[in-house]
Write a protein that binds this ligand. Sequence first.
Ligand code: TEU
Length: 574
Amino acid sequence: MQKKWWHGKVAYQIYPKSFKDTTGSGIGDLNGITEKLDYLKSLGVDIIWISPCYVSPLADEGYDIADYYKIDPRFGTNGDMWRLIAEAKRRDMYILMDLVVNHCSDEHEWFKKALADPYGKYAGYFFFEKAVDGHAPNNWRSYFGGSAWEKVPGTDLYYLHLFHKKQPDLNWENRELREEIYKMMNWWLDRGIAGFRLDAIMNIKKALPFEKYNYTPDRDDGMCRASRMIQDAKGLGDILAEMRDRTFKPHNAFSVGEIFNNTNEQIPEFIGDNGYFSSMFDFRETILGASDKGWYDFEPVTPDEYRDACFTTQRVVDDQGMVSTIIENHDEPRGVSRYIPEGDLTDRSKKFLAVMQFMQKGLPFIYQGQEIGMENVVFHSIDEVDDISTIDEYKVAKEAGLSDEAALKLVNTYSRDNARTPMQWDDSENAGFTTGTPWLHVNPNYRREGAKTPVSADDPEIRPVNVAAENRDPDSVLNWYRKLTNLRKNSDYSDTVVYGEFVPFMEDQSNFMAFYRKGEKQTLLVLGNYRNEKREVKLPGKVRRVVLNNCEDFSMKDGVLTMDGYQAVVLDMG
Ligand code: TEU
């Protein structure tokens, strides 16, 4: 694998609507991001991915873009954006924009013109398809529920929307449309952004002709999840290569793909030395326990399943490219609330999970609030929820016969809104996120009285979850993340942490997550006791140095380390 400028970096995802509000509107904005650049720098962040902040009706919170060239006034101005890019550059930080081009908003001028002339040029920017026997061309179900086809008013045509009906899919078969997109991407790259995160990019090629691809229903509604078509779509690689050569390559830009439903064989094509993207997210953990039937049919994720999924990605990707690792993002519940077994959540187990992410081979993305140990919030009614996919899943659970209470329990477990509650900066009103009324309620654990999570199983002390308090506390989750980002850049270890071969250790042990990172001149051993009960571990050799340890003790006798519950250590084995 060729070494790249970004390999040793640390990345951070910002969900602008929930990061920092500087106007009192209750909605975060770009100036709030600029205001917090020094905080992110102190956390060791180099690359910042900003979820969409373009003009949008926010039907899917910005992933429905109505103007690709203009910042939505609720988030600020283009001027605010140029200042953010300049201020980031001044701190040797890089800004990534979110590229949402599988679809746009139905309020984009292209779509308005398409509706005005359903047989005209702009209808060709979308998929306006003739009805088949008076019905939708096929039985694909939108990712957000219901048919993926919507009637074009006043015609016998349907338009395709794999996501919400206010997110009509763009037709990448159309060269003129592709030219429009490349022009827009280069416009942003010319203005100093470092690159893009590519949204839902596996969906831009469709299985054609549509009416040929009716699939076996995966629910009683006679429809099939739209992702089923991805494996039948031809020519995705040609499009992605064209995009790379027309935009990323000329700008030496960084690109990271949101890749679902890929095959292992595609990995070198995607992120190899001449891949379509610089990197791709590893979602193997996030889809564990999932079912096409809906959340009511999901299975909780066990520690062994989580470990095995991470290890599989490490094995499959190996040295073919650099994957991007996450614990959570704006589409997932909080990682500590999902991957730490219920009842085991403590500051120590949060630190355990952080080590397991950061010591894997890959570019680590921290999602806003992950670094302070933010957790799932409690929704007391579906009316408190904003997210369209959550509202759909709640409906599906009800239709499957669940009670309101049981359906709400699923919402509290899986909803994307868990990750979208406002960032918790301090213990002032609304956690210092806004002086107004937050668009989504703040998790009460930003204050001591609202917090429930103890320091560890044997230390019942409870601490508030907010940046200010954790900044002051050397033993906080926040300062633990600072140790992890420092380790990644510490010249004594960075070569091994970034490029060292990933080799599982004692993989046959249950509730134990351990692996080597083997560099040319150094071997690090990462040990994680993925349970509350103590564990004895016979070490494979002499420990030169204990590099990291999320516990005070390191009780070793005759080469046997006695690990506390959720103890995680990084050992320099020489
Ligand atoms: O997500 C694409 C995607 O397939 C998954 O997010 C999935 O559909 C979703 O989590 C269902 O719960 C991207 C963005 O990350 C997401 O926020 C947008 O809603 C979606 O695309 C449409 O732009």
